[in-house]
Design a protein around this ligand. Sequence first.
Ligand code: KG4
Ligand code: ZN
Length: 341
Amino acid sequence: MLTLGLETSCDETSASLTDGRRVLANIVSSSVHLHKRYGGVVPEIASRFHVEYIIEVIAKALENPHKTLKDVKLVAVTNGPGLVGALLSGISVAKALGYSLKRPMIGVNHILAHLYSSFLSEGPTPAFPFVGLVVSGGHTTLFYCKAIGSERLLGSTQDDAVGEAYDKVAKILGLGYPGGPVIDRLAKKGTRNAAISFPRSYLGKDSLDFSFSGIQTAVLYHVRKRDRRPETIDRKETADICYAFQEAALDALVEKVRRACEVTGARRVVIGGGVAANSRLRDKMRELAAFSSMKIYFPELKYCMDNAAMIGYLGEVLYKKGKRSDLYLSAEPNLGVLNVK
Ligand code: KG4
Ligand code: ZN
């Protein structure tokens, strides 16, 4: 069943053609270069970029597999959470296509799409049940998943998402936007430094929630100490700060996953979202898995960041389970996972 996926929730304009787990095309055009000078995503710039490029991106997705819009059997589109204007641009295109092609259309939850993005990878899919962790610029959410469409919320962040913490710390250190990839790279050059340590926030011994605001404040105070500006900090110290920040942030993720497995009895862990691309997180989670005889699944790198293939895949699975949207589908910027059982 050929599904056209559309993703426009933030700063990536993406269209895909998928057939079950098979990805025939996954085109991503990012407006990140336009946001860099502002140190974060500017919603209006993101929306304008989607409106300008979405048709070109869809045309590119059709090009290589030599398909036409008439071959499409289902249109799947992100309808939340995300930036409202950005979401509306993709939803409007999805509606126009569904209506004119006389094809069904389905709105897809972006967080759940990240959760199942490792199903797109070649090789065996993770067996249910498992503990799922979505770590991105907007979300840090822990689930217990019994099947697609049957997820239980275990915990989420009480303040910032972990990707947001990477972005803010990078801004404090003058490293640009987005912060995740650059901190990942610099942290490899850093080492444990007795003068630099940041708090790990575990929120009580039974909590499955997260908090990352304390680490960010600690980094800010460290940089402000002795009245220094980021540009006066030498490269070795910047690398050591990145190292210490990353260790503190990731230890909290690993510990909550460990607790979630203990509480639910799950033996498998599935991770998704932009921060799932992080090399140190992958190492730490693999260590946990080896130590506890668990299996761990990560998406391929190209499916970690926002992409339409994950939307198309989940949309098709849900459609086959009987879910569909009508032409009143609208953007749900705060669409959470609280309705998830
Ligand atoms: O999933 P995503 O593309 O968008 C959202 O749904 O938010 O995630 C983007 C986030 C950004 O905060 C970015 O800094 C972070 O993912 N990120 C990383 C890495 N690559 C991207 N964080 C840590 N390490 C990375 N290698
Ligand atoms: Zn995302």
